[in-house]
Design a binder for this molecule. Sequence first.
Ligand code: PMP
Length: 380
Amino acid sequence: MTMVYLDYAATCPPSPAVLSEFKRLSEVSFGNASSKHAVGRDASRLLEKARLGILSSFGLNPSSYQCVFLSGATESNNLAIKGVSFSYKNRGKKIITTAVEHPSVKNAFEQLKNEFGFQLIVLPVNEAGSVEPSSLEAVMDNEVILVSIMAVNNETGALNDIGALADIVHRYPKAFFHCDVTQGIGKVKVPYSKIDLFSFSAHKVGGLKGNGALVMKKTIRLVSLLSGGDQELGLRGGTVDVAGAYCMHLALKESMEKFAEHKEHASMLKEHLLQGLSKIDEVVVNSPLDGSPYVVNFSLRKHKASVIVEGLSEAGFYVSSISACNSKGEPISYVLLAMNRSKEDASNSIRVSPGPEATIEDIDAFLAAMNKLLLEVRPR
Ligand code: PMP
């Protein structure tokens, strides 16, 4: 049967080289990085090499930045957002995010507001899904301690001008700028050195699920969310997954090395897919043309997207009907609603996110399979 996996924004298969290295390291460097004997020291050396490697992939100097190994972007976003808010609560109570963040950012902010009394400001986005820097400028003042704005939206691929947004925040010395770069690493240019703290997961770039990190300026003090040993600068107690962390470094390095080649390929596929979609009259594209080349989101005007996605899956084409992280909660995309789309469009979106091995033929086959389903399946 055909199997065309076009859901890299949800997760991607581990890089074969990374996977075989994971197996090897799990066997030869299995030590607890906190153990004081030679086996532990070997694991600890590997961990520090991974830390430096990750900072180097982002072009950051280890004398000013540090990397904390965590279980993924969800944990990293939570640690950054709650860690900063709790640590600097005496400086001010205002915290700012946007209407289109991943639930691990959105819900962390809502918890800070609802359970801890912080004053939350949620920035709107324009119809292309991006934050207008002027809307941030309008709400900044000396009471703000944290601003968190994502680099690339996971549902639509909309980009934010992280450099301009960070510059605005840094005019206010009490405020920190956090960025969820999960959908951006190895894929789009991000001015990492302008961000105070940023979060990502390994599995979006060929690393393993269950690994992620928070990269932050060394001068920032965070309240830890997990009480335990003093691993990971005291911010994340628990025995560290050394092999996983090292493999995240390798996967990130690989994705940065292939940045230009992969981006060109993704842009070519996006253009081809958009061309095919433009021939289907019930399709309305939600992704901005100048967004990430790795994500194409569109709504169906006549059919139920979830039914079509299920039919596509049965035919061997794997795409998302809504951000995978939202599928159990809200059936409607709050991201598309924030972009001023109708309720119908926001409940009937499909996200296609091909990987580097996808071909033009795969995109054509996907379009053919979808066109066939649109003819066969009863409209909603
Ligand atoms: N942020 C964004 C933008 C994401 O796309 C995801 C993954 N869907 C996450 C955070 C959370 O990553 P993880 O599930 O690996 O914790």
